[in-house]
Ligand binder design. Structure first.
Ligand code: GDP
Ligand code: MG
Length: 444
């Protein structure tokens, strides 16, 4: 959905390529072009202004880092500003420790509430929770049937309304049932109208009074553009929304709504629906979204982390090897070099798309002194040993320990940590990164 916008923004960035430095006049020109691109993508005017002001003051005010060219510097700033308007950090769901956690979905008819209710149910199940779907759209039997079918597909429980015609009462019954059966999450699908309607609002209010949902999510149809976002306000007043689920982000909408929604509603985007299938939903990460909008793999957000100097080429090469599931002690040695320059290993790994979502990244607590010793160990190995660590038998380890002035125990520890990281990398290759990348490409 960002193809056009991405193309335009990168076009702007490209005009700065080869320039010696950022000057007032070339910044001015680039900012103008960015404004055009954003407006054409249907980004709300207030957001456009905010982004441009930020970009301008940063571009003018900052020394260009020695390691970055003007175009890289500009894209870094643009990235920062887009992240800022998208809302920093993943906001996640907030439930009390005592189940059930209750989610209510509201929105206009056709915005994707019913589909999203089932998708979120599935999401919770994947997280290891049980979930109960409640068909509180009492006006259309077809809607209840739709949810029932989806519940089955999603592998979540469905609350049988048994003819209950009062939505609030039904929700109360459903929550009672969840408590009785020890179900962790209750997800309420509500009715929608074509327009905001007093009667409906009152019904939603009554549901809130009866069961007090912890998460009150507005389903905003990305295809509907700005108008979808405007409507959120009316709901906000009545039911105190806690967040937004952006639906149909896989469509050919111009993308502006994604950039505008946080700023115009003040609500965090919690999830994004990216297709009709039950699994087509993901948590919303401003960082990643900004990277997508700017057409950079998350690998390229390495630029962002470059506080002083980082060898992007080497990092990209390393990332590519990791993507292919390859990781030997040469790679580890290279990582150490990068770490010294820019931070922690998990930070570097975290920039590879999907890595952080796969599982806990082994995070060796390494201080500088230890790191020197580990580097010494790696340096004492032969290239063949680093490329093919399997051959490191007892006598080789002894030799390495001697050569590096360390102990065999330390060599063993390093080897063990290496194996753990390798396992992660392989796991990532197997299910993780491929499907995640496919997903990313398919959805935006
Ligand atoms: P509701 O009236 O708000 O409950 O909306 P529905 O859940 O019934 O969805 C309306 C239509 O939008 C259905 O045809 C869904 O399949 C479709 N839909 C919902 N979410 C998505 C999405 O993320 N992507 C796409 N492509 N279609 C979606
Ligand atoms: Mg519905």
């Amino acid at each position: 959905m960002f193809e056009k916008l991405t193309e335009k923004l990168l076009g702007v960035v490209n005009t700065l390529r080869g320039k010696g430095k950022l000057t007032e006049s070339n910044i001015e020109e680039a900012v103008k072009a960015v404004r055009m691109a954003l407006l054409e993508a249907d980004v709300h005017i207030s957001v456009v202004k905010s982004v441009l002001e930020g970009v301008k003051s940063k571009a003018l005010g900052q020394e260009v880092m020695r390691s970055l060219t003007p175009d890289q510097h500009f894209i870094k700033i643009l990235h920062e500003e887009i992240v800022r308007v998208l809302g920093e950090g993943q906001s996640g769901f907030h439930f009390p420790s005592l189940p059930p956690g209750i989610v209510m979905l509201v929105g206009l008819q056709g915005s994707g509430k019913t589909t999203t209710a089932a998708k979120i149910g599935r999401f919770f199940v994947k997280e290891g929770h049980s979930a109960l779907l409640v068909p509180a759209d009492v006006y259309r039997p077809a809607a209840q049937q739709q949810l029932k079918v989806l519940a089955e597909k999603a592998g979540v429980f469905f609350f049988e309304p048994n003819g209950e015609k009062d939505a609030a009462k039904m929700c109360e019954n459903a929550v009672a049932e969840a408590k009785r059966r020890g179900i962790h999450r209750v997800i309420i699908d509500t009715a929608g109208r074509l327009h905001i309607d007093e009667e409906l609002m009152e019904e939603l209010e009554r549901i809130c009074q009866r069961v007090n949902p912890h998460e009150r999510l507005y389903a905003a149809d990305a295809m509907a553009g700005q108008s979808a976002v405007q409507t959120a306000r009316a709901f906000f007043e009545k039911v105190q929304l806690t967040g937004i689920v952006l639906t149909k982000a896989d469509g050919d909408a111009r993308g502006g709504v994604v950039l505008s929604v946080k700023a115009t509603t003040g609500l965090p985007v919690k999830m994004v629906g990216t297709g009709e299938k039950i699994d087509a939903i993901e948590l919303f990460y401003p960082e990643r979204m900004a990277s997508r909008i700017l057409g950079m793999g998350d690998v390229l957000t390495l630029i962002e982390k470059a506080e002083s100097t980082i060898d992007i080429k080497t990092a990209e090469k390393a990332a590519k090897r990791l993507e292919q599931g390859e990781f030997n002690l040469d790679d580890l040695r290279e990582q150490f070099k990068q770490i010294k320059k820019m931070g922690s290993l998990d930070q570097i790994l975290g920039m590879i798309p999907g890595f952080s979502s796969i599982g806990k990244i082994p995070k060796p607590e390494i201080n500088e002194k230890q790191m020197k010793r580990m580097e010494a160990i790696l340096d004492s190995m032969t290239p063949e040993e680093r490329r093919n660590p399997k051959i490191l038998n007892g006598s080789r380890r002894k030799r390495v320990a001697m050569g590096s002035g360390t102990t065999v125990a330390e060599v063993n520890t390093l080897y063990k940590q290496y194996l753990e990281m390798k396992k992660m990398v392989e796991k990532m290759k197997k299910g993780g990164i491929k499907s995640i990348l496919r997903n990313l490409k398919g959805s935006f």
